[in-house]
Design a protein around this ligand. Structure first.
Ligand SMILES: *[C@@H]1O[C@H](CO)[C@@H](O)[C@H](O)[C@H]1NC(C)=O
Ligand SMILES: *[C@@H]1O[C@H](CO)[C@@H](O)[C@H](O)[C@H]1NC(C)=O
Ligand SMILES: *[C@@H]1O[C@H](CO)[C@@H](O)[C@H](O)[C@H]1NC(C)=O
Length: 426
């Protein structure tokens, strides 16, 4: 009988343990390295002390719940306990989110929101190009995806081949579909096929095919397909983060960034909201004018803008980055007082290269940027954990001063010693 109670209570305990952490996230350890190539994994590498990891935790639980009924397993690895696992995935910072499929790894670089993470995992779990075989499907795709690429026509020849190659290389960033001419021409204005186009929020742009591609080497087609996809794969007005800035710069366009400051609840004050909306409205209404040379976006963390501009910009502000030269432009006037016409004139003057240029890639600018970044990081660490900062920097600095003192003031000490000795001798 006693054994029975023991059994019951242990079952209760097990149930309790299971459901107290009702999260669907698998805690992975060293053994993960043995099973990583079996199936598909979506894994968060974290450290318990890191602030961004704590912020991701509830989001990650939601991701696990959403993906529970799929064949993607969602897990997490505590890098302070399982260093070797994190090293084998070459984890550089926390948190790092990686989709693991077979022997391939795909690092997530987007915004760490539930929707973005789930989209990413779902995309990576399928083939790079998904076939659309029903007319209605495009209605659903358009309703759910602000942006995707489509190949329309027979799936053969150089265009198809290079579309497929590009989709494999960019699966992490965008959806790629393929369909036949009958279905495709019902949804998109096309004159001929095969054709590749990008759908962007109720409008679409066709990949410019020139006759030259048939004549010149096919690599020219491959290269222009890759470049075009990089230029087109971003939404109209995405959030700019430290993670995606590098990708955004590869568009080789001017990055127009509305800089505003979100509070802890990710809310904006009314005047900042209005400013951001005004900038967004420019690209939405003047798309044909700006789309080719400008990629618009916004950031809710002015820090990022400070890093680019190397100065403290009050919010709201407007910052334009030349993504090939790293030069930047800020308006001469107070951005708050600017109308959308004034902003357009500012953008036009950037386009015709008459606007004032700041920054760049000169070594002195780089040096200053490094200095600015270090100062910013130190200030951030200080705000986050003053005691740790004190131990890390102030205490060693104290030691360093004592060492310096003993090196450079040694003569005086010696002299005093000598005097002492002298006195004693006398
Ligand atoms: C196509 O271009 C991509 C990116 O530039 C490159 O990695 C790939 O090797 C090229 N493939 C062919 C067949 O030229
Ligand atoms: C950036 O600056 C260079 C040099 O001034 C210029 O040639 C280029 O068109 C500019 N724009 C972009 C988007 O790189
Ligand atoms: C450049 O653009 C600005 C703003 O539209 C305009 O005022 C200026 O005349 C232009 N300069 C040249 C050289 O085209």
């Amino acid at each position: 009988m006693q054994n029975f109670y023991k059994l019951i209570s242990s079952i209760l305990v097990i149930t309790f343990v299971c459901c107290a952490s009702s999260s669907r996230v698998l805690e992975l350890g060293d053994r993960f390295l043995d099973v990583r190539s079996e199936g598909m994994w979506f894994v968060k590498f974290y450290a318990p002390y890191c602030g961004f990891c704590k912020k991701l935790e509830p989001v990650w639980n939601l991701v696990a719940q959403t993906l529970y009924n799929t064949n993607i397993r969602v897990g997490k690895v505590d890098c302070t306990r399982f260093k070797s696992v994190c090293q084998s995935f070459d984890v550089q910072g926390y948190p790092t989110v990686i989709f693991v499929r077979g022997h391939n790894e795909y690092v997530f670089n987007g915004e760490r929101s539930k929707d973005e993470l789930v989209h990413f995992a779902m995309r990576m779990s399928g083939p790079p190009v998904q076939q659309v075989t029903r007319t209605e499907s495009f209605e659903i795709l358009k309703a759910n995806n602000p942006i995707f690429f489509v190949y329309i026509g027979k799936q053969q020849g150089a265009l198809w081949e290079f579309y497929y190659i590009a989709s494999e290389a960019n699966q992490q960033f965008a959806y790629f579909y393929a369909t036949n001419n009958e279905i495709g021409s019902k949804h998109f204005m096309i004159d001929s096929h095969p054709v590749v186009l990008v759908y962007k929020e109720n409008t679409h742009y066709i990949f410019p095919l020139s006759d030259a591609y048939d004549v010149v080497e096919p690599t020219a087609l491959n290269d222009s397909m890759h470049n075009w996809i990089i230029q087109e794969k971003f939404a109209t007005f995405p959030r700019v983060t430290r993670e995606n800035l590098h990708q955004l710069r590869q568009t080789k366009k001017f990055l127009v960034i509305a800089v505003v400051e979100e509070n802890k609840l990710s809310e904006l004050e009314t005047h900042e909201q209005e400013f951001r909306d005004m900038v967004e409205q420019i690209i939405r209404t003047k798309r044909s004018k700006y789309h080719a040379n400008f990629q618009f976006g916004w950031t809710g963390t002015p820090d990022l803008a400070h890093t680019i501009a190397m100065e403290h910009l009050p919010t709201p502000h407007l910052l334009v980055l030349n993504s090939t030269t790293n030069h930047h432009h800020v308006p001469d006037d107070d951005p708050m007082a600017m109308t959308s016409e004034a902003i357009e004139m500012f953008l036009d003057s950037i386009n015709n290269q008459t606007a004032t240029v700041y920054g760049g890639d000169h070594y002195s600018v780089r040096l200053y940027r490094a200095f600015f970044e270090t100062r910013r990081l130190l200030a951030e660490m200080w705000r986050g954990n003053p005691i740790l900062c004190f131990v890390l920097f102030v205490v060693p600095f104290g030691f360093f001063m004592i060492i310096l003192y003993s090196i450079f003031c040694a003569d005086i000490m010696d002299a005093e010693d000598a005097d002492d000795d002298h006195e004693k001798k006398e």
